[in-house]
Design a protein around this ligand. Sequence first.
Ligand SMILES: Nc1ncnc2c1ncn2[C@@H]1O[C@H](COP(=O)(O)OP(=O)(O)OP(=O)(O)O)[C@@H](O)[C@H]1O
Ligand SMILES: [Mg+2]
Length: 310
Amino acid sequence: MIGTITVNPSIDQLILVRGLVKDDANRAVSVLHYPGGKGINVSKVVRELGGGTHAFALLGGRPGELLAELLRGLDVPLTAIAVKGHTRINTIVTDLKDGTQTRISAPGPVISRSEMDEFERKVLSWRPRPFIWALGGSLSEKMTPAAYCRLVRAVQKKGTPCVLDTDGEALRRGIEARPFLIKPNEYEVTRLIGRSISALEDYLGVAKGLVKKGIKIVVVSLGARGALFVSEREAFHVSVPQVAVRSKVGAGDSLIGGFVLALSRRKGLEEAARIGMAASVSAVMRESPRLCLRRDLPGILPKLRVRALW
Ligand SMILES: Nc1ncnc2c1ncn2[C@@H]1O[C@H](COP(=O)(O)OP(=O)(O)OP(=O)(O)O)[C@@H](O)[C@H]1O
Ligand SMILES: [Mg+2]
């Protein structure tokens, strides 16, 4: 079972327009609400791929109730920890005319220390223990950037490995707790090391450095350039086929969901990487709010190329 943790979940409001005009009234072609947040996305992917999952999230107010209801509809089991503030509503405007996707992310509620402590207690006492906990996304308003670091430390001390997928200071501090797995994208790597790089060897160098620090698996996802997978004993690049991109939302989450589900099924690193990558390619081929689709995987898997890097 894959456990997921989302401290700052969202209702994502997807608005379709045909030709967005700034500073004018626009008519929506359709409006859709669906659950968002990195951990929740990973749960959705694991569910789609036929695995067991349980999502933990801090939820508040009516948007929190709606989110819980939407997750029930997707058959994702949820433990909600109630908070005083209201769960945020993010907006994604997809323009059918030029294919652009404009995202406006809301800040999310302030979480008190006692709410966070209760959340941590519930996660730590959850039984049966999951194979892995996937945590990620932004932190809530005013939460210390060390929050993920604390959580990862506490969870891994109890013997369950963690995937941490976040950005900026939260990632930098989170790394100090040596999560089992991290999956920064190109931009997250840039922010982590404080300069921009683009050659595969440079990303490989950064990933190896992180493995040396005690992270067991480092995945660097590079969008259309595929991804690097680095552990103490293996390093390889997986390239992806060219596909028509419909929505990149949740591509990284699909990679993580497919990858950790395969690891939980005792697949080796390379095979698990292939499954994660196929899930991520499926995610970009599918319109939001769909992440990946299980039946896409058999068609994508033979088109992935794995190249060993040491
Ligand atoms: N244009 C593309 N064509 C094919 N595959 C893609 C494309 N963009 C992304 N992918 C697949 O999705 C994976 C993750 O993409 P990316 O590096 O953009 O993740 P991310 O920025 O973390 O996404 P998220 O929005 O979920 O945080 C890539 O490693 C690749 O396998
Ligand atoms: Mg990402």
